[in-house]
Design a protein around this ligand. Structure first.
Ligand SMILES: [Ca+2]
Ligand SMILES: [Ca+2]
Ligand SMILES: [Ca+2]
Ligand SMILES: [Ca+2]
Length: 232
């Protein structure tokens, strides 16, 4: 009922409108909205893959500026039975009616004791989308600078530091019914880590009013009905 009133208001104003906002937000304040391909774990030191407020990590691992809890991974294959990559997959959510989709995420990477970040050429955390249940498609990549060993982590040349900062990607080319996101984590040694928070898809929900001609038509129908009544 509320939406109808809004749409009517838009029609009376003689235009169309779009309402912007979050379509999906994964803030890791609870263990909902996502699943992982392996059971979340930490060895209490430098091997982990889990949702945390930082209390599960050792004192040398620091991600600054955290917004409550977040999800972090480091050297995941050091635990018995875990092969890489490991996945964090969001619930599937509706994007029906939305346009101008944007993706954003907060990222941080812990500096090692020697101040280095240690991502190698083969290390990456990739984010993929799945539109309407189709194939997984990469659209976002955290990777090293191309050195064989031990550079910082970057997104399109922008360094991921040990303080959370927001990165984004334009998904305005996408439209459909449903979307899911999947993070593909491939970090196989100590000091290779990433912390993520606030995975967000935002967009505009278009309100499509009846064209003025349709309202004119409705009015004409009413007029004719009244006329028939009087004539009948
Ligand atoms: Ca959070
Ligand atoms: Ca390394
Ligand atoms: Ca390892
Ligand atoms: Ca690191």
């Amino acid at each position: 009922m509320g939406l109808r009133c809004v749409a009517l208001g838009v029609v009376l104003a003689g235009g169309s409108a779009a309402f912007g906002g979050d379509v999906f937000l994964l803030d890791f304040e609870s263990a909902s909205g996502y699943s992982t391909s392996v059971t979340e774990f930490t060895d209490g030191s430098t091997d982990y893959f889990m949702r945390t407020d930082g209390s599960h990590l050792n004192s040398g691992t620091e991600y600054f500026g955290a917004d409550g809890s977040y999800f972090a991974g480091q050297d995941m294959d050091s635990e018995p039975g875990i092969g890489l990559p490991v996945y964090l997959t969001t619930d599937t959510f509706s994007i029906d009616g939305y346009t101008d989709l944007m993706f954003a995420i907060d990222l941080a990477e812990d500096d090692a004791f020697n101040g280095d970040e240690d991502w190698d050429a083969g290390d990456s955390v990739v984010i993929e989308y799945q539109l309407d249940g189709g194939a997984w498609t990469e659209f976002f990549r955290v990777e090293n600078d191309g050195s064989t060993f031990n550079s910082a982590a970057f997104v399109d040349g922008v360094e991921v530091t040990d303080t959370f900062q927001s990165f984004s990607a334009d998904l305005s080319a996408l439209s459909g019914s449903t979307l899911a996101l999947r993070m593909v984590w491939d970090l196989n040694a100590g000091d290779e880590d990433l912390a993520v928070d606030n995975l967000r898809i935002s967009g505009n929900l278009a309100v499509v009013p009846l064209p003025p001609a349709a309202w004119g038509g409705l009015g004409m129908l009413g007029l004719m009905a009244g006329l028939r009544k009087r004539l009948g």
